[in-house]
Write a protein that binds this ligand. Structure first.
Ligand SMILES: *[C@@H]1O[C@H](CO)[C@@H](O)[C@H](O)[C@H]1NC(C)=O
Ligand SMILES: *[C@@H]1O[C@H](CO)[C@@H](O)[C@H](O)[C@H]1NC(C)=O
Ligand SMILES: *[C@@H]1O[C@H](CO)[C@@H](O)[C@H](O)[C@H]1NC(C)=O
Length: 439
């Protein structure tokens, strides 16, 4: 890991004094692992609001906690069953998991607030803390250093817990969350119907082998399915992976069946029987299906509509390649197969297939490269640190996401009602890289 400190900013100037904070960001395009933000003063210096009547300024109640845990990093007041409580956070405790305490003025003692049996380690819980001042009993605690591996990268998001009256019925929110999508799992589905002669069949196999080899450097796994009246799996992702992509012999060894052209049935087979974890599909990958056919489907068992629905439900991007006279005249069938009009190709003959190779390769490159934090593309929410700051009202949770969009930052406004909705607010007009909105 290589990181360099670019910014050392005073993030907040409060009545407690200045809290300097370090924000690390990675250089250029390498992998990221960010031990984020903080190094904060205060041991147990409290901000006690003057409106809190239990406080005696002459002989204040002093709560003590572990300094290394940053006990007292955040302090808020709340009420539970009408009794006043002070909620105190210690975001560095438990190896940066963070913890919360509820402290009572009557007993002058703090006790840990046990949140949840399996809450996320390493998030620095209590880095931000807020109470809903209207209902008085609802609080939110966030940890913005939730590190997750996604493919080659480490993402840095946040987790917030909303609770009412210290109940165990927590609401867990992941503000400005970036879903992990990494690598491509691609299935090649090709026609083996009787109308394709052996020479053409070999030309087609060579075309696919060349295509597979041309994207060898990328994080792409292939599986190949041959179809006519029935689909037939030639190899799956696991085999591809285990052979290190050396699948030439397996492909050439495939038996020809030469039946009808039952395209929808074959697509459904791929969706239901090949795009599954048992076949080596990765849950976080982008899914790609390339269908090659030379004829119009005469499927009795399934419709294109059914095939499309099944594929869409799994988010499978589909390309259609039509070969021969059938597709020179009309491309209706290809439109039914492909997931968009841009994903359609047609060539006059099998010999002309090689002309598509470069373009298909580029498409696969483009799909593989859209994993957000990949080299060359800019950061969106991968390092958002949602929950860096927070605000709670009866209907909304507002969270700062300082790392969003190349550290220009932003705020996520979440509606707490069902169904939950969120809205991202930022300054999209200004030149605002590194402005850390939401701190
Ligand atoms: C603390 O966490 C880091 C990474 O999150 C881990 O490598 C280390 O072993 C942990 N230390 C303890 C004492 O659990
Ligand atoms: C592919 O192989 C690599 C190691 O060679 C392994 O780490 C990875 O989990 C494999 N992927 C699948 C989907 O089996
Ligand atoms: C603001 O947010 C939008 C997404 O909602 C994003 O596309 C845009 O890049 C952001 N602008 C800045 C300046 O960060």
């Amino acid at each position: 890991m290589r990181c360099k400190v670019l910014q050392q900013k005073v993030l907040r100037e409060s009545h407690r004094g200045i809290e300097p904070s370090l924000t690390f960001r990675p250089t250029g395009k390498m992998k990221l692992t960010l031990p984020a933000v903080f190094l904060v003063c205060i041991g147990w210096c409290f901000s006690l609001s003057s409106s809190f009547s239990v406080i005696d300024t002459e002989t204040p109640v002093i709560f003590k906690g572990n300094k290394a845990d940053q006990f007292g990093y955040r302090v808020i007041q709340t009420r539970s069953n009408r009794a006043p409580w002070l909620i105190v956070s210690a975001p560095l405790s438990g190896n940066r998991t963070g913890s919360l305490f509820r402290c009572s003025y009557d007993t002058e003692k703090c006790q840990p607030l046990i949140l949840h049996h399996n809450y996320t380690p390493g998030i620095s819980l209590g880095f931000s803390l807020a109470a809903d001042e209207v209902t008085d009993s609802k609080i939110v605690a966030c940890g913005p250093t939730w590190e997750r591996r996604c493919g080659e990268f480490d993402y840095l998001n946040g987790v917030c817990y909303i609770m009412n009256n210290f109940d165990q019925n927590l609401k867990v929110v992941r503000p400005a969350f970036q879903e992990c999508v990494s690598g491509v799992d691609a299935v090649i589905l090709y026609d083996d119907s009787g109308s394709i002669n052996d020479a053409a069949f070999q030309t087609m196999q060579t075309f696919f082998l060349n295509l597979i080899n041309s994207v060898n450097d990328l994080d792409v796994q292939f599986a190949v399915v041959q179809y006519s009246s029935d689909p037939f799996l030639i190899f799956d992702f696991t085999t591809y992976n285990n052979t290190g992509g050396q699948i030439k012999n397996t492909l050439h060894g495939a038996q020809r069946i030469r039946g009808n052209t039952f395209t929808p049935t074959a697509i459904r087979f791929v969706v239901e029987k090949v795009f599954i974890p048992e076949r080596g599909m990765r849950p976080d990958s982008k899914k790609l299906l390339i269908v090659l056919t030379d004829g119009i489907s005469n499927d009795q068992r399934s419709t294109f509509e059914e095939a499309k629905q099944a594929a869409d439900a799994k988010g499978i991007i589909r390309y259609a390649i039509g070969v021969g006279q059938n597709f020179v005249e009309g491309q209706d069938e290809l439109h039914k197969i492909a997931s968009s009009a841009r994903n359609i190709f047609s060539v006059k003959s099998f010999d002309a297939l090689h002309s598509l190779q470069e373009e298909l390769k580029e498409k696969i490159f483009a799909i593989e490269g859209t994993s957000g934090a990949s080299p060359g593309s800019s950061f969106q929410l991968e390092l958002s640190q949602g929950g860096f700051s927070t605000l709670l009202t009866a209907e909304h949770l507002v969270t700062g996401a300082v790392g969003a969009y190349g550290w220009s930052g932003g705020l996520e406004k979440g509606f707490l009602a069902q169904p939950p909705q969120t809205k991202f607010l930022n300054d999209s007009t200004a030149h605002s890289e590194d402005s850390y909105l939401g701190k």
